[in-house]
Design a protein around this ligand. Structure first.
Ligand SMILES: [Zn+2]
Ligand SMILES: [Zn+2]
Length: 265
C-alpha cells in the first residue's frame, strides 16, 4: 500500500477562505491503509466527495484538528457525521486540542459522542495510535488558541505537519528532532506587515532549512502569498536548498514514497 497526501484545500487567512480564492478542505492523508483527515475547514465534506475518485469518509480512521480556528475545523462536525454514517455507526477517532472540544467548541458536543475514541491533544505527547500509524504532537505553537503540529510515523515514513503560528526560537528544533521525510508547512504571509501569529515566507524558509526534510510542501496561503506565486517561491527554494519543494494547489495529490525516493540518493 502506498502513502499519499491529497490537498482538499490550499488556502488560509480570512479573506482567502471567506471568498474561497483557494479551497479550505484540509489534507486527506493516506498512510498505507490508514486514512486520516487533517484540519477539515469550510467545504471539506463537499471537496472530499466531489474529488475524482471521491474520498470516502466512512473509510476514515481518524479526524485530526491542529486547532479550533474555523479555517481548520468548520466542517469537523459534518465530517464526523459522514464518518459515522450520521452517528449510526460509532467509529473512528477524533484528535483535537481541549479548547476545540470544550467551552466554545468547534466540534459540536453531540457529534463528539459519535466517535469511538476522543484523544485530547497535548503539547509534545504521543504516540497517539491510529491503526498502524503513530502520531506525536509538536510543542505548543504560538497562536491565539491551543495549536499543535503533528508528526506521523508509518512504517519507515515520517510525515510532519506544521500548522499556523508565529515563528519562535525552538519551533524548528522540535520539527527537526522528528526528522521528517516530508514536511507540510502553513505559510500564510509573504512578509510581516502586521505582526500576526503566522509564519512569513522567510520564517518558513528558515524552518525548512533547519528541519531539512527531503520534501517540503507549502500550503495555507494568504492573499499576498498567492500574488507572489507560491510555485515560483518554492522553485527558488528548491534550487537554493537542494531539497524537493512543492507549493500545494487545490486537489494536488502527492505520492509520498515516490517523492521521497526521488530525492533520496
Ligand atoms: Zn489559526
Ligand atoms: Zn490557519
Amino acid at each position: 500500500m502506498s502513502s499519499s497526501v491529497l490537498f482538499l484545500g490550499s488556502g488560509g487567512a480570512r479573506f482567502v477562505v471567506a471568498r474561497q480564492f483557494r479551497a479550505s478542505g484540509g489534507m486527506w492523508l493516506r498512510l498505507g491503509e490508514t486514512q486520516i483527515h487533517v484540519d477539515p475547514g469550510p467545504g471539506a465534506l463537499v471537496r472530499a466527495l466531489s474529488h475524482v475518485p471521491p474520498c470516502n469518509p466512512r473509510e476514515l480512521s481518524a479526524i485530526a484538528l491542529s486547532h479550533k480556528h474555523l479555517d481548520h475545523a468548520a466542517d469537523s462536525t459534518a465530517m464526523i457525521e459522514a464518518m459515522t454514517s450520521g452517528g449510526f455507526r460509532r467509529r473512528g477517532i477524533l484528535l483535537a486540542p481541549k479548547d476545540a472540544l470544550e467551552g466554545e467548541p468547534t466540534v459540536l458536543p453531540y457529534a463528539q459522542r459519535f466517535v469511538e475514541r476522543v484523544d485530547v491533544l497535548e503539547a509534545g505527547s504521543g504516540p497517539y495510535v491510529i491503526g498502524d500509524v503513530e502520531m506525536y504532537t509538536s510543542i505548543a505553537h504560538h497562536h491565539a488558541v491551543e495549536t499543535y503540529g503533528m508528526h506521523f510515523r508509518h512504517q519507515g515514513l515520517r510525515f510532519s505537519y506544521l500548522p499556523c503560528g508565529r515563528y519562535f526560537s525552538g519551533l524548528a528544533a522540535d520539527y527537526a528532532a522528528h526528522k521528517p521525510d516530508v514536511l507540510v508547512i502553513n505559510v500564510l504571509r509573504l512578509a510581516d506587515a502586521m505582526n500576526v501569529d503566522h509564519l512569513t515566507w522567510d520564517d518558513a524558509r528558515r524552518v525548512v532549512e533547519e528541519v531539512s526534510p527531503r520534501v517540503a510542501i507549502f500550503q495555507h496561503f494568504g492573499t499576498k502569498m498567492l500574488e507572489a506565486d507560491p510555485g515560483k517561491l518554492a522553485q527558488a527554494l528548491e534550487d537554493d536548498l537542494g531539497i524537493r519543494a512543492i507549493a500545494a494547489r487545490d486537489g494536488l495529490e502527492v505520492d509520498l514514497e515516490t517523492e521521497v525516493a526521488a530525492v533520496a540518493g
